[in-house]
Design a protein around this ligand. Structure first.
Ligand SMILES: C[S@@+](CC[C@H](N)C(=O)[O-])C[C@H]1O[C@@H](n2cnc3c(N)ncnc32)[C@H](O)[C@@H]1O
Length: 282
């Protein structure tokens, strides 16, 4: 691959999705973009870049951005965030939102839906503890293709074997051929929307909880800070931010602080963290 083409693609991807490509990622570009080059009837990456340069944006550009994203996800990924949700976050919400009996959760890089649906199944399990409560779960992602799959709620045998407790599989899924289809009940608990985290997300409104997991790792410090600083404005003053296992706010922004003893959970810097822990279940 020519150096100039690599640099053109790296700049384009940084601007379109935040993805930072280091120079040893040429193999990644080739494996993900050569099939698109062939579809676009050009021979190689040079030809593809040539096609891209004909217009500033369009379906080919979107296809390239989407192809370069990493969409891996699985049910109840890393377990701890979901334990924190049940033992720390939910008890606080149930206590402090008892007047309205309502809260909103945003999965900001929802990919193929396993994360929002894990929360949906968990909330369904906890429903007896919260009669009359309504919750909204919004899943967003940059990629239209993963959102299409998320809405479909159909998973392969391999996907349901990764992290999904067997009792949830039995309770919420039906086997269809080789795949497993999620029940309408859980699917209807989540609404999806296409959204690029680099762009304005005020339109989504305010949230009590934001799951933003395993996406910031692909961005540089400045982009991470910029996203987190806009996220804090969409979060209640006593809301929770949940990041992925390899992610943190430390050294990036001081608008959030870690919630002591709760790995991966952060609260706005101005929040009364001690009070937010008083309802936590041991
Ligand atoms: C590795 S998946 C994480 C899925 C899920 N949160 C989890 O932890 O299992 C990362 C997702 O982030 C999405 N993504 C990448 N850049 C994005 C951006 N700028 N805005 C919104 N979503 C983005 C990708 O399309 C991908 O589906």
């Amino acid at each position: 691959m020519r150096k100039a083409d690599f640099e053109y693609l790296a700049t384009f991807l940084k601007d379109s999705s935040g993805l930072v490509l280091t120079s040893n990622k040429e193999y990644l570009i080739e494996s993900r973009l050569l099939p698109i080059a062939r579809e676009a009837e050009v021979e190689d990456i040079e030809g593809l870049v040539g096609k891209m340069k004909l217009t500033r944006s369009g379906p080919l550009h979107d296809q390239i951005t989407e192809a370069m994203t990493t969409n891996e996800s699985f049910f109840f990924r890393d377990k701890t965030p979901f334990e924190m949700f049940e033992k720390v976050i939910l008890p606080h919400l149930l206590k402090t939102r008892a007047g309205t009996k309502k809260f909103r959760v945003w999965c900001a890089a929802a990919s193929t839906g396993q994360e929002p649906y894990s929360l949906g199944m968990q909330l369904d399990e906890l429903a007896p503890r919260m009669p009359g409560w309504r919750q909204e779960i919004i899943g967003t992602d940059l990629s239209a293709e993963v959102l299409r799959r998320a809405k479909l709620g159909r998973y392969t045998q391999f996907e349901v074997q990764r992290g999904l407790p067997i009792n949830y599989l039995v309770k919420h899924f039906t086997q269809v051929g080789h795949d497993w289809e999620l029940s309408d009940k859980i699917r209807n608990m989540v609404q999806y929307r296409k959204l690029n985290l680099l762009e304005d997300f005020k339109i989504l409104g305010n949230f009590d909880v934001i799951f933003c997991r395993n996406v910031l790792i692909y961005f540089d410090q400045e982009t991470k800070a910029q996203i987190l600083e806009r996220m804090v404005r969409q979060l209640s003053p006593d809301g929770f931010l949940v990041l992925g296992a390899a992610e943190t706010v430390i050294g990036i922004t001081d608008t959030f602080k870690p919630l002591k003893g709760c790995r991966g959970v952060y609260v706005p810097a101005t929040a009364d963290a001690e009070r937010m822990m008083t309802s936590a279940v041991a």
